[in-house]
Design a protein around this ligand. Structure first.
Ligand code: HEC
Ligand code: HEC
Length: 330
C-alpha cells in the first residue's frame, strides 16, 4: 500500500490541494471548517528536511507505515506490538488522509484531558494507548528512539495544517444516529457482500508474503484490536467506514455505505458474542459521567442497558444526557 499512498500525497500536493508549510506555534485548537472552499488536509512527503530532525521525522513516517516490521512481535528494532497491524491501517496514509482518523492536528492538541483514562495525557502517552489497545502491545519507553520519532513525525505533519484559512478532514465524517438499533444480522449480510473478499470470511485478514504486515488487516480474532480500542465503538467505527471502506470503493466525498449500513456492519464486526478479541482486564473511564455514549461496559450513569449503549438506538441516550445537563460524546 505504501508507495501508492506516497504517490497519492504527492499528487494531492501537486494538484494544489495544499500549500502552506509553516512553523507552528499556536496553542489553541482550531476547528475544521465545513465550507467547500476549506483546504483539504494533506502533506508533501518529499519535503522532509535533510537534517537530524528530518531523520527522526523520516523514521517516524516509516514507523507509521511499517510498524510491525520495526516494533511488531518479531520487530527488528524492538518487540512491543502484540499483533502485526500497522498504524496506517487505521490512520491511513500515515495519519494524513482526510477523515481517516487523521493525525495532522494532534501535535498542537496535547497535553489533553482524556476521559478514557480520566487524566491529562501527553502525546507520547496517547501514542502508547494505540500501541497497547489496537496493537495489543506493551508501551514504548517514553524516551525511546521510536517514541521520539513518532512525536517528530506528528510535529512535522502538523506543520502542513493551514494556519490562516479553514481546513477539513481532521475530524471524522458525521453519522446520523437512527431511531433504531444497529443490527449485527443485517451487518453480517453486508459484510459478506462488501468486506469478506479482502478481510476474509472470518475477519482474519491476509498477511503479506513476507509476513511483516497485512495486505488486508484482521477485523477480529486474536490478532485484531482489543475491545478497549476506539475502533470497537460502533459509532466511531461507522464514521470511519463511511469515509474509507470498502477500500477500493469509498472516499470521504463519495461514501459507499449509507450511515445505517456502516452502523450495521460495525455492529457485526464488533459483536463480542460471535467475534473474540484479545481482552486484557482494563479500567477505562474512571468517571462514569464521562463515558462515550457508545462505550459498552457498565456501570453507566443512566439506566440504559449495555446493549443499548453498544448498538443504540442512541437518540434516547443523547436526550437523557442533555436533560440531565451532562456533557456527552461519541
Ligand atoms: C485499529 C485501528 C488503529 C490502529 C492500528 C492505530 N490506531 Fe491510533 N487511533 C485509533 C482510533 C479509533 C483513534 C481515535 C480517533 C478518534 O477519536 O476520532 C486513535 C487515536 C490516535 C491518536 C490520538 C489522536 C488525537 O489527536 O487525539 C494518536 C496519536 C494515535 N492514534 C496514534 C497511533 C499510532 C502511533 C499507531 C501505531 C502504533 C496507531 N495509532 C494505531 C485507531 C487505531
Ligand atoms: C479491496 C479490499 C478491501 C475491502 C473490500 C474492504 N477493506 Fe477494509 N481494509 C483494506 C485495507 C487494504 C486496509 C488497510 C488500509 C491501509 O493500510 O491503508 C483496510 C482496513 C480496514 C480496517 C482498519 C484496520 C483493522 O483491521 O481494524 C477496518 C476496520 C476495515 N478495513 C473494515 C472494512 C469493512 C467493514 C469493509 C466492508 C464494508 C471493508 N473493510 C472492505 C482493504 C479492504
Amino acid at each position: 500500500m505504501r508507495p501508492a499512498h506516497i504517490i497519492l500525497s504527492v499528487l494531492a500536493a501537486a494538484s494544489g490541494l495544499l500549500f502552506i508549510h509553516a512553523c507552528n506555534t499556536r496553542t489553541q485548537a482550531r476547528e475544521p471548517d465545513k465550507s467547500p472552499e476549506a483546504a483539504l488536509l494533506a502533506v508533501d512527503s518529499t519535503a522532509i528536511p535533510n537534517d537530524k530532525y528530518g531523520e527522526a521525522v523520516r523514521y517516524g513516517q516509516e514507523l507509521m507505515y511499517r510498524t510491525a516490521y520495526y516494533i511488531g512481535p518479531n520487530g527488528v528494532n524492538g518487540r512491543y506490538l502484540g499483533n502485526k497491524m500497522n498504524c496506517t491501517n487505521c490512520h491511513q496514509n500515515g495519519g494524513t488522509k482526510p477523515y481517516s482518523f487523521n493525525l495532522m492536528l494532534s501535535h498542537e492538541q496535547y497535553p489533553q484531558y482524556r476521559a478514557r483514562e480520566g487524566k491529562v495525557l501527553t502525546m507520547a502517552e496517547r501514542v502508547n494507548n494505540c500501541v497497547m489497545r489496537p496493537h495489543n502491545g506493551k508501551p514504548l519507553p517514553l524516551d525511546s528512539k521510536e517514541m521520539v520519532a513518532f512525536l517528530a513525525y506528528f510535529r512535522w505533519i502538523n506543520s502542513f495544517v493551514p494556519k490562516d484559512k479553514p481546513h477539513r478532514g481532521g475530524k471524522n465524517l458525521e453519522i446520523v444516529l437512527p431511531d433504531t438499533a444497529a443490527n449485527p444480522l443485517r451487518g453480517e449480510a453486508l459484510y459478506a457482500q462488501h468486506c469478506a473478499q479482502c478481510h476474509g470470511k472470518n475477519g482474519e485478514g491476509l498477511l503479506l508474503a513476507d509476513q511483516q504486515g497485512y495486505a488486508y488487516p484482521p477485523l477480529w480474532g486474536p490478532y485484531g484490536y482489543q475491545p478497549g480500542s476506539s475502533m470497537h465503538r460502533i459509532i466511531k467505527q461507522a464514521q470511519w467506514l463511511k469515509a474509507n471502506m470498502p477500500y477500493d470503493k469509498a472516499s470521504w466525498n463519495k461514501p459507499f455505505l449509507t450511515d445505517a449500513e456502516a452502523l450495521d456492519i460495525a455492529a457485526f464486526v464488533n459483536d463480542d458474542k460471535i467475534h473474540p478479541r484479545p481482552d486484557p482486564e482494563n479500567f477505562d473511564y474512571p468517571h462514569i459521567e464521562e463515558k462515550a455514549l457508545d462505550y459498552d461496559r457498565g456501570p453507566f450513569i443512566d439506566t440504559f442497558s449495555a446493549d443499548m449503549h453498544k448498538y443504540g438506538p442512541y437518540p434516547p441516550i443523547v436526550e437523557y444526557w442533555k436533560t440531565k445537563g451532562l456533557k456527552y460524546s461519541y
